[in-house]
Design a binder for this molecule. Structure first.
Ligand SMILES: NC(=O)C1=CN([C@@H]2O[C@H](COP(=O)(O)OP(=O)(O)OC[C@H]3O[C@@H](n4cnc5c(N)ncnc54)[C@H](OP(=O)(O)O)[C@@H]3O)[C@@H](O)[C@H]2O)C=CC1
Ligand SMILES: Nc1nc(=O)c2c([nH]1)NC[C@@H]1CN(c3ccc(C(=O)N[C@@H](CCC(=O)O)C(=O)O)cc3)C=[N+]21
Length: 279
């Protein structure tokens, strides 16, 4: 067996064409802000990618870069400036923040109506309650990619590995809700029987950042696998799955080329949604 490759790069490119058209029809400009603290090469690259995407579809982008030595109050001051900036429809604070900065205080300072990442307590609370809210980009990207490939999740055993704030935790909530209706297991580094959980799952979504942790012999034949985790090895990006899993799986979203490009377009979608909702 050789798995169908879920091509997030191609799908993201198609969605971008629709996004550019939607922006052309809006009666107001759309602006996305980014706040980057420090100069971690991975974070710098992601933020630059977001600004390139904006330029491609006609979204104005606002770049705020702070040194790694910035204090919590200095980061919050930048958050407040974007909260007050009428040209900024929505913005993100690139995570993780340097260790000295209080992530809870920073995320809580973001105006929920400008929360392009869906990571404020207000929007995550709405997600838990099943109320309408801005959904975090990576969970939204994973759901959209699986839907494109008509992967049925209803009543299906889905294992999410990793309970991080940007991926695993919000994803587990989203998948368990109507209309998706998956039977979700959320695993993490304290999970005792992870190998058994992987073997038993119909769908495995790995967001650990543990290079090639999941080998072909660990997964169920015919399962659907989504690689989200990223480990940097020099210039190379390595996912959480050994790429040879394609010999066992029925469908595989690779990293790179799967969820990442979709995450970027979901951010663009979120910021348009925020611009549309502006009063
Ligand atoms: N492709 C994309 O678009 C995106 C990719 N990412 C990548 O996804 C990964 C997750 O991101 P994020 O949630 O922010 O990261 P975090 O570091 O917050 O979370 C990682 C999670 O994985 C768990 N974990 C780590 N190693 C193991 C292991 N060996 N066995 C079981 N669980 C393990 C951790 O467990 P514990 O909680 O117990 O420590 C934690 O819950 C990262 O590699 C990140 O780079 C993130 C966003 C977008
Ligand atoms: N507030 C916040 N929101 C985020 O959404 C957020 C964040 N912080 N911090 C870091 C993670 C990581 N993340 C990625 C986005 C795109 C790719 C992506 O485009 N990946 C390409 C490869 C890119 C390359 O080659 O470098 C791919 O998988 O094909 C990857 C990872 C968003 N994150």
């Amino acid at each position: 067996m050789s798995a169908i490759i879920m091509d997030g790069k191609a799908l993201a490119q198609r969605i971008k064409v629709d996004i550019a058209a939607a922006i052309g029809k809006l009666d107001k400009p759309v602006g996305l802000g980014t706040i980057l603290v420090g100069d971690d090469p991975g974070s710098v690259a992601y933020v630059e990618g977001k600004h390139r995407d904006c330029a491609e579809v006609g979204i104005k982008s606002i770049k705020v870069n702070l040194p790694a030595s910035a204090t919590t109050n200095e980061v919050i001051a930048s958050v407040n400036a974007l909260n007050a900036d009428p040209s900024c429809s929505g913005f993100i604070v690139q995570l993780p923040l340097p260790v000295g900065v209080n992530t809870q205080k920073v995320l809580s300072a973001i105006n929920p109506a400008k929360d392009a990442d869906g990571l404020t307590p207000n929007n995550l609370g709405n997600l838990v309650l099943g109320f309408n809210s801005v959904v975090a980009c990576t969970p939204k990207a994973i759901v959209a990619l699986l839907a494109e490939y008509k992967i049925n999740l209803s009543g299906v055993k889905v294992l999410v590995i990793g309970r991080g704030m940007t991926v695993g935790r919000p994803l587990s909530i989203l998948l368990s809700q109507k209309p998706i209706n998956a039977t979700v297991t959320l695993a993490h580094s304290a999970s005792k029987n992870l190998t058994d959980l992987i073997k038993d799952a119909d769908v495995v979504i790995a967001a650990m950042g543990s290079a090639q942790f999941i080998k072909p012999e660990m997964v169920k034949k015919g399962s659907v696998l989504v690689d989200v985790g990223i480990t940097r090895d020099g210039n190379q990006l390595v996912g959480d799955f050994d790429p040879k899993v394609i010999e066992v799986a029925s469908a595989f979203a690779p990293m790179p080329g799967g969820v990442g490009p979709m995450t970027r377009v979901m951010l663009l979608k979120n910021v348009i949604e925020l611009a549309r909702n502006e009063k």
